[in-house]
Write a protein that binds this ligand. Structure first.
Ligand code: FAD
Length: 377
């Protein structure tokens, strides 16, 4: 039986799901993939952009290269979702599917942190990272804060990476001695899924004189006084603020009644929402697992298998394995790696690989393999 699949969002989750359905079903896949952007961007390349390691235009992979049997890509903005009818309204049309997969990622809610838009710099969007290319060269003295407004947030190691890359950047410019760096993280450790990776990061912070404020969030900025206010009332003066804003699902997901307190409630193993035939994968889904590209791909694998089973008349649910690998930049060109597996055993399995320069090539292969698989580049 052929049935139409609407995939909302062409990020890590949507790209992988559409590719898997195309590989399995060819022309019969009947997938409509919708994204408001005209190019894919790897999350980690924002750090490369802000520290001048690459140019903003170099990180865009245009969707025109995404050509797969049985998949049509629509460059349209989703305005409304009716999950009960599995219907989507965009700025250019209305579409219905037998299956609807919400893979719209997470948006940033700058207004949730008063003063952030006026007095800080966020580095989690391409626009924010691009602006920082102008801001960072002017910072040569004083206190830099890398601060997170709320958890959960994308890529838990990224703020730690930002602090360590800032240390590198200031050292290379010969001004590190005149600067202080503080990292404010609303987590129990730098990477809660890996005690070893957290220990390695804490050791790097100590060696490099980076102050870590763990278990704290930045509640507000007071740009007039150049002060960050933490959730316990502590005030930290700053000269440069690099921020991770509060995250939540995009507004059409909220308006559709699909979310609860910022995230989409799902069955954490089948990724089904409370609406029949509607799944959520990737950053927007309240899985409790890390919000990262490789976990979005893991979710895509489960949902692809479930959709194909149901198209074949089976009610079998394929379970989200929640497996993924993360490369973590520790500065000085060294990267560590951790492999996480949430569900195959009775508790989280976490394998840690010591930092080395060799992981850089591995991380490049991670990006290159997705470019090749999704875009044929
Ligand atoms: C600084 C930083 C570093 C990171 N480093 C890593 C890393 O090293 N490894 C890793 O695995 N992950 C990393 N991540 C996280 C990773 O980028 C995300 O977890 C991943 O992209 C999530 O995939 P997704 O499919 O859920 O959402 P996304 O990839 O965000 O895709 C969502 C898509 O939905 C589209 N969309 C949203 N609203 C609409 C609308 N109304 N209409 C149409 N389209 C819409 C967007 O344009 C977007 O293309 C990093 C993230 C950041 C910010």
């Amino acid at each position: 039986m052929k049935s139409q699949v609407l995939v909302l969002g062409a990020g890590f989750g949507g790209m992988e799901l559409s590719t898997l359905l195309s590989e399995a079903l060819g022309e019969k896949a009947d997938v409509t993939l919708i994204d408001k952007g005209d190019a894919f961007v790897f999350g980690f390349s924002k750090l490369d952009v802000m520290f001048g390691r690459t140019k903003p235009e170099a990180i865009r992979v245009p969707y025109r290269h995404f050509v797969k049997p049985g998949v049509r890509f629509l460059h349209e903005t989703i305005k409304a979702i009716d999950p009960a009818a599995r219907r989507v309204v965009t700025d250019a049309g209305t579409y219905e599917g037998d299956f609807l997969v919400v893979a719209l990622g997470a948006d940033f809610d700058l207004a949730a942190t008063p003063g952030l838009a006026e007095g800080g710099n966020e580095f989690y969007s391409v626009a924010g990272a691009t602006r920082l290319r102008e801001v960072l060269p002017a910072f040569s003295r004083g206190h830099a804060i890398v601060g997170v407004a709320a958890a959960p947030f994308k890529c838990p190691p990224a703020p730690s990476e930002c602090a360590l890359l800032l240390d590198d950047y200031l050292t290379t410019r010969g001004v590190r001695g005149a600067c202080e760096i503080t990292l404010v993280l609303p987590l129990s450790s730098p990477v809660p899924a890996s005690a070893e990776m957290s220990r390695a990061l804490v050791a790097e912070f100590a060696e490099k004189g980076i102050t870590l404020r763990i278990g704290r969030a930045v509640k507000a900025l007071e740009p007039g006084r150049k002060t960050a206010v933490l959730d316990d009332g502590t005030e930290l003066p700053y000269d440069l603020y690099l921020g991770v804003p509060k995250h939540r699902v995009p507004q059409p997901v909220v308006d559709a009644g699909l979310s609860d307190d910022g995230w989409i409630p799902i069955n954490p193993r089948t990724l089904e929402t409370r609406f029949p035939g509607v799944y959520a994968i990737g950053d927007g889904a309240a899985t409790g697992t890390p919000k990262s590209g490789s976990f979005a791909e893991s979710a895509a694998r489960a949902v692809c298998a479930s959709i194909i089973a149901r198209q074949q008349g089976s009610e079998e649910r394929h379970l989200y394995a929640a497996t993924g690998s993360c490369y973590v930049e520790l500065g000085g060109g060294r990267l560590g790696r951790m492999d996480l597996d949430f569900y195959s055993g009775p508790k989280l399995k976490s394998v840690y690989y010591e930092p080395s320069a060799a992981w850089r090539e591995d991380k490049q292969k991670f990006g290159a393999s997705r470019r090749a698989r999704w875009f044929g580049l």
